[in-house]
Design a protein around this ligand. Sequence first.
Ligand code: PNS
Length: 171
Amino acid sequence: MNGGSKAVYPGSFDPLTNGHLDVIRRSAAVFEMLTVAVVVNPQKREPMFSLEERKAMIRECIADLSNVEVMDFRGLLADFVREIGADVIVKGLRVVSDFESELSTALMNRSLSGVDTMFLMSDAKYSFVSSSLIKEVFVLGGDVSGYVPEPVLRMMNSQRRAVPIKRSSSK
Ligand code: PNS
């Protein structure tokens, strides 16, 4: 890889966490250009935020980074990285179990596209932070302010006001 490297950081970002933002900032310092690639339809379940909301929150959080852009993609990541001429895929690794699934994914993506995946070790303070856990804690009334950037927290709170979360009373 040379100095003109273009990296893609893919994910659902439903929503962006402080752990994601840390990977974005550290990647932006290494690669000449970084594309945060938001998958249109996350595979897991119905997203909390629409594609446009997820992209808008990321854009607000990376406004100070001149070499980072936000795009979306549908279908295969391997097709997307080839389409935009990326040199490398970036992923964050939090725990050993992440590695188990990421290994086969990285090998498949390289087999399909010829593009390698590079891994950044997540900062230890984010090793337990995931979008799905944050959503669960938030829905159950917990404080997630330490785990998501301020623009994300604002969006989560405004969604809670728009659609109050029902909690059943325990007897
Ligand atoms: O934030 P996530 O949900 O862990 O991100 C998962 C993502 C979007 C990176 C992954 O689901 C993906 O790459 N989806 C695109 C579909 C694809 O290429 N599948 C084959 C992978 S080998």
